[in-house]
Write a protein that binds this ligand. Sequence first.
Ligand code: T6T
Length: 363
Amino acid sequence: MNKGSGVCRRMSRRTVLGATVYAGAGMALFAPVGFRVRAKQDSFTIAFIQGVIGDNFYITMDCGAQAQAAALGNITVDTQGPERFDQTLQTPILNAVVQSGPDAIMMAPNDRQGMIAPIQAAIDAGIPVLCVDTTIDSDIQLGDVATDNVEGGRLAARGLAEEIGGAGKVFVVNTIPGISTTDMREQGFAEAIANEFPDIEYLGQEYSNNDANVAAQLTSAMLQANPDLSGIFGTNLFSAQGAAAALRQAGLQGQVKMVGFDAGPTQVQDLRSEVVDLLIAQHPGDIGEIAIQLLHQFLTTGEPLDPKEFVTGATIVTRDNIEDPEVARYLYVADCAAYELAGAEPMAAPEMEATPMAEATPA
Ligand code: T6T
């Protein structure tokens, strides 16, 4: 999934929702080696550790998780996260969560290498960990639920190429090296430009430390150094917000084309006001819903996930389609007041029956 396939197979809803609570003896038969064998439980606590707090993407994911937990009726989701995307801040949060002994953890690891050992420690303590959104360079986790980020990067490249008429100079505002998702988006973007657009010159990427102010500063510098720049790709919400702010400040909106990953409220405003030309909205609510379904399945059956990797879709948002309810439903929220359970279903990578990215084609 995260490794690049844009196609996947649809699992039957019954597969994940039809689980029943097992008696203790049954659990002993099914529990994978290393996980605590639970006595029959009527209810479960799942800790959700976000990549960073205050990010509309993770807020929307939490809404999906909470709505799914409420629908299942016997799950409590406790959500928290670090103030910055930083493994040194996320690790103590994970350690404290492990001490509190939840039944399972769903988390967006801040670093693909640096979070392996802390996650291993949680697993060693008998707590299953499901990765959501970001992942680690390992297969110790129970599974992964995420957007196909390499394919998302390719979509961004194709969208930007179309905006600039297939020729010109482009550059990427990225976040922090080691965040799996944004690494993969840049990888997909660079691949597509190299393979499909011979008249586009890719000037490379710069890192914003996931800070919109830094993204704005480095974009301003890039615009000054390259007055003939044609297009920019911001690989996530904060990178895209900052790059858009720099474009607006330089009065270059419309002249320099811009594609942003994610669909936070400020990004949507930038799209409407013609500073940004195209957004790639992930489906974080679906990620949250599916994560809770999968953990519920695991906790009630003890059976390891098979397959382990699940993809969710992405939707291309433009000024032309943003009023379409099928597009607007994927814009990120600031709180869960209006969130309604979407009924998202797990779709496993890599076998193929459906193409979530193809479904993302603009209306
Ligand atoms: O783009 C999302 C998420 O997918 C990525 O891993 C980190 O940044 C966001 O949370 C947006 O800010």
